[in-house]
Ligand binder design. Structure first.
Ligand SMILES: *Cc1c(COP(=O)(O)O)cnc(C)c1O
Length: 454
């Protein structure tokens, strides 16, 4: 079999990020304060440095990647684009399946693509400490790594259910010098209140965000850093799709379908938005491109949520953003793809979905592990449970091609490896994994409490 890997040179790492806010078919609704007035840069300055605030609000199409950030990117970028030829064969599909592998970063996922610039801009602004939340530990380990690279202290609130499930992720963060606490914790008002109501509270990304923001807002030397959802994070992740475009150029192909898991939406936006930028620029090859965000059936923000203003965190510390949401205090079931247990989704992605420019599907947990194991047995790489969501849908699309005889080019984002998730695979092999029903009642209860600005 011919070589299936498309590699770029270090000098081909993109010099600019792509900002899809410049190409939105309809403008974004502004983030609001709880009283309904628009958020200003001053409001954000308690927790973010000026460069990040500027990026968050920017509608410039191209934003330069600082030289020092590109130097850090060189530790793992450019990431490979690989044709999954053995999986194609095993499936007997005429489709051409490609994956962009982000598990080559030191932290094992795409998340350091944004952690590095966030740490850099905070250091440039004179900040000494960062707080953040982490679900499965992917973001926490990324920011611990980036904090170490740029000389910042890092404190991490880790969702309690993951803290128990992923001890080695915690140790990774500690190896890179960060402090890690299970959330809800006794360190913040938010945590103490929730624990007094329910000492068994399993935590959620929303709760951990509240704790990290509460601490950052209360200290001048400390800022907050978010691993997904916000516009600047999606911007940084565009390096994935920009590289993929160069890689497809080298082999003279262009994707028909792009698939990524969707937690807050940064890996989806990262791989898909640069191609949607082609479409906005009138590139005929992108005319019929389909982009599919894949979410867990137990936390289906896009497919079952409401498009409305909601808080980014569980306690309502963040501004209100217009997005698809299940309600900010909805606590999703403890599925093993911890990085996908978020109640909302990026405003950019939400707007594109609302306007019908991208698609979303929700998949049950067991089917994602089945797909991940099949992938590992063909391609060797053991995927993260989050990434298994994209693999599930990529396989389903490839099997559709088998029926229709179409040789579609399918690209998916293999967002990370699963080396720290082996206990989840153990539960899958033992037949212990549950397919949770969609928790409709809990979602309805949470949505009923939302402030109404539509
Ligand atoms: C965090 C994470 C995700 C989901 O987050 P997004 O911001 O939606 O990309 C997906 N895959 C992996 C491996 C992750 O760590």
């Amino acid at each position: 079999m011919e070589s299936t890997r498309v590699q770029l040179e270090a000098r081909e790492i993109p010099t600019h990020w792509y900002n899809i806010a410049a190409d939105m078919p309809s403008p974004l609704s502004p983030p609001l304060l709880p009283d309904g007035t628009p958020v200003t840069p001053e409001h954000l300055s308690a927790i973010f440095p000026p460069a990040i605030i500027e990026q968050e609000m920017s509608v410039e199409r191209w934003i330069e990647i600082p030289r020092e950030v590109r130097e850090i990117y060189r530790l793992w970028r450019p990431s490979p684009l690989t044709r999954a030829a053995r999986l194609e064969q095993a499936l007997g599909t005429p489709a051409k399946l490609f994956f962009k592998y982000e598990g080559v970063s030191p932290a094992g996922s795409h998340k350091p693509n944004s952690a590095a610039p966030q740490a850099y801009y905070n250091r440039e602004a004179g900040i000494r400490r960062l707080t953040t939340e982490t679900g499965a530990g992917q973001w926490g380990s990324s920011i611990a790594l980036a904090g170490q690279m740029f000389g910042l202290e890092v404190r991490i609130y880790m969702v309690r259910v993951s803290y128990g499930q992923k001890p080695y992720r915690r140790l990774m963060m500690q190896t890179w010098g960060a402090e890690v606490f299970a959330s809800p914790s006794q360190l913040t008002e938010t945590g103490r209140k929730l624990l007094s109501e329910d000492p068994q509270n399993p935590g959620s990304l929303g709760i951990a965000i509240s704790e990290a923001v509460e601490e950052a807002a209360s200290r001048a030397d400390t800022n907050y850093s978010l691993g997904s959802v916000l516009n600047h994070v999606v911007l940084h992740q565009s390096v994935i799709g920009l590289e993929a475009k160069k890689q497809f150029d080298k082999i003279g192909l262009y994707p028909d379908i792009i698939i990524a898991p969707c937690g807050g939406g940064s890996s989806f936006g990262g791989i898909a938005f640069p191609f949607l930028g082609d479409r906005a620029a009138g590139d005929r090859r992108a005319e019929s491109l389909r982009c599919v965000a894949v979410e867990p059936a137990s936390c289906p923000s896009l497919t079952k949520g409401r498009y409305t203003y909601d808080f980014g965190d569980a306690s309502g510390f963040t501004p209100l953003m217009k997005m698809y949401t299940l309600g900010h205090d909805f606590v999703p079931p403890g599925i093993h793809a911890g990085g996908l247990r978020y109640h909302g989704a990026s405003q950019l992605l939400s707007r594109l979905y609302h306007d019908g420019l991208i698609e979303a599907v929700a998949v049950p947990q067991r089917a994602t592990f089945e797909a991940g194991v099949r992938f590992a047995r063909s391609e060797g790489i053991i995927p993260a449970p989050e990434s298994c969501h994209a693999i599930r849908v990529a396989i389903d699309e490839a099997l559709k091609c088998k029926e229709t005889g179409e040789a579609k080019v399918i690209l998916f984002n293999l967002t990370g490896h699963g080396h720290f998730d082996m206990s989840s695979f153990e539960r899958y092999f033992a037949g212990d994994l549950e397919d949770y029903d969609y928790p409709g009642q809990a979602v309805a209860q949470s949505l009923a409490k939302l402030p109404r600005f539509d």
